[in-house]
Write a protein of this length. Sequence first.
Length: 221
Amino acid sequence: MDYHFDWSVIARNWDSLLGALLLGLELAVISLAIGCVIGLAAAYARLSGRRWLAAPVWAYVEFIRCTPLLLLIFFIYFGLPEFDITFLDKTQSFVLTLSLYAGAYMSEVFRAGLASIPKQYVEAAKAIGMRPWQRQRYVVLPVMFRITLPSISNNLISLFKDTSLAAAIAVPELTFVARRINADTFRVMEVWLTVSAMYLVATYLIATLLRLLERRYATIR
């Protein structure tokens, strides 16, 4: 093997790589937050018993789950301008896509979480005179959060890795910056080995922090 490693290219571009990694984390967190709002609303709609609410949500969830994420990214970024929706830049369009994608999966997570809440919790809340919104705010949602926290954690990790697809529309996250450095320096092995290590370390740290959070808010049995 005649390839000679030159790690100086990483040192020269470290600030760009680190900034791109932080952007990817930011995109994942924002998308998950918006996706949780969408997912929670969709879960309540599915459990409402009203067909006119549940049917569109079911169609949305199935469409998102059966469509490749990259295709959704292209549709939002290239397709919406065809309908004169041009106020989104490339980063915003990616966040919108990833949020809709996360919302579909979080709706199923929350629907299962809501369905698994012990009925005696709600009955006890009724017995002490809580109003419906108080039961949701102080009983149902906190318990559901504890039940679904492991799934939320897994979705955050998955979304962070999915941010690499933003390179397809030139969002300057880690994969895009790595490709640009490759094009400028032709140091393929150094760049991709470094980027792989950055993804690995970041994902491991996220998983570790989320496991600590899960232990602190352990599911009530």
